[in-house]
Design a protein around this ligand. Sequence first.
Ligand SMILES: Cc1ncc(C[n+]2csc(CCOP(=O)(O)OP(=O)(O)O)c2C)c(N)n1
Ligand SMILES: [Mg+2]
Length: 576
Amino acid sequence: MSSPTASTLFASRLLVALAERGLTDVVLCPGARSQALALAAVELEARGVLKVHVRIDERAAAFVALGLALESGHPAALVTTSGTAIANLYPAVLEAHHSGLGMLLLTADRPEELRGIASNQTTAQADFFAHAVRFSADVDAPTFDDPATGASALADSAWSAAVADMAAGPVHLNLAFREPLSGGDAFAVADVAEGLERLTASRAAGSQPGATDSAESSAVELPRGPRTLVIAGTGAGPAAEQLAHDGGWPLIAEITSGARFGRNVVPAYREVLRTTELLERVERVIVFGHPTLSREVPALIGDSGRAIETIVVLGAGGENYNPGHNVSAFVEAVTLAEGETDREWLGAWLRAGHAAHDEAMARYVAANPSMRAPNVEASRSSSVEDMRAFAAAELAAAKASVTRELLVDAVWRATWPHDRLLLGASRLVRVADRILVGKKVPVFSNRGLAGIDGTISTGVGIALASGAVTRVLLGDLAALHDAGAMLIGPSEQRPRIQVIVGNDGGGTIFDSLEVAATTDAGVMDRAFYTPHGANFEALAAGYGWEYTRVTTAAELERALTQPAAGPQLVEVVLAR
Ligand SMILES: Cc1ncc(C[n+]2csc(CCOP(=O)(O)OP(=O)(O)O)c2C)c(N)n1
Ligand SMILES: [Mg+2]
């Protein structure tokens, strides 16, 4: 093949250099200006170096990249054309910024001479993502005279900013391209071929580029004495559980924390955090991740009337968690000093938690016949009457309609450590947070900004990166907001994803707003509940997804234990 154009040579050099640093996945959106990047990415996929995921809608594409990063722990790249295309990346970029997730935005642009003169599909793209990116560069259109080192230096800056320890986040390379926009074979050029050889050799040797050093060196040592609570919000992960375990301290772990497991988890923590006698004895709080699911946690930390030392273990998010500006110290990591464990302290919290949990469960079970444990005695009885009563009770349980408590409980029971669970920003995540007990399951949630957008796309990214059965549990508005995520072209990998939509006809989270008590019901409905009347079965059929409708406990159980081999929408009918 002929020698490459400057565009194709640069695009190939850049992607090879990024792959050498650890890039594995590219999410590609169609467009002319970005063609050199698209063709290089597909060529690298054919050579076994990258995986490419093609998506039409840039907003969905960016959330797929977010999901890939959540699961894999390293950034994916996005390739888009110029103009409105790049604005569609913004929601996922903000979420990534606030959650400290890497993402490489490779946006194509017109060269300098075509900017600012109303050229077609041309807007001010330089520094478009402002404070939400860790690094941004507006890169001149490549020329033949560019040294090969230019692309690798750019890849270095971009990758290291995206994965930086304690500061990972999105990175924007705005890349100008001049015509001809692509052409020729860059892989015959010596430096590109050499880069590819180095990459293949290092991957064969099993080296893991892109990993950064841990922050152990800057860890702060904690004395054991003070009566301590460990609080785990989204992104906390097993480190929070480990510290609670080692210190013998109560663990308040949000359902999205990835730390709700082990013996120190305080069940029904929100109720317990309203127990004054216990709160008054707290001397220290250590926060991991980003707590967002309760009012009680920020109330405790933000209460300047209490003499509590609050230590926040920093993640990589865009802002530091600091309710009431009352946090005493921000640290990169913590270790534990030698000393005695105060068993009475942990015991008091666990007792209060179990009591509150039992009480709450009794309420839920009373309202949900199918959550009742079967009457084993009756099942073994030889009396015909007992057996009839048992069968009737079982049948009633199976036929019972599905409540939110039943739904989150069933999903939790069906999900195992080798599966993945993503919780959307609907009422269900709060119900799950209230009632689910500890279990070591990988849970994800976009709590950086708690948007209802991009949830299905994020789940698709997690499913693609993990290859695991991935369940996404969300409300109907959140699902409809990201319906475009269901568009997966025939050449694309089909994720093993089960999207479970709790359909209550609109946004019922707003029914509990104070304003609902004083506002006309019709106005509340139209402006907040926002009924949609959407037909999920037709939607699934339109996108070629499997569809299952669930109205009873037995149907739910069946749907959850027999997930489809490909993408599946499970509509669970919920009462408002
Ligand atoms: C992008 C975005 N727009 C709006 C909101 C505000 N919001 C929060 S929850 C919600 C409604 C969610 O409805 P649904 O997913 O059906 O869940 P439900 O409340 O019915 O459980 C909305 C609109 C948001 N969080 N993100
Ligand atoms: Mg709803």
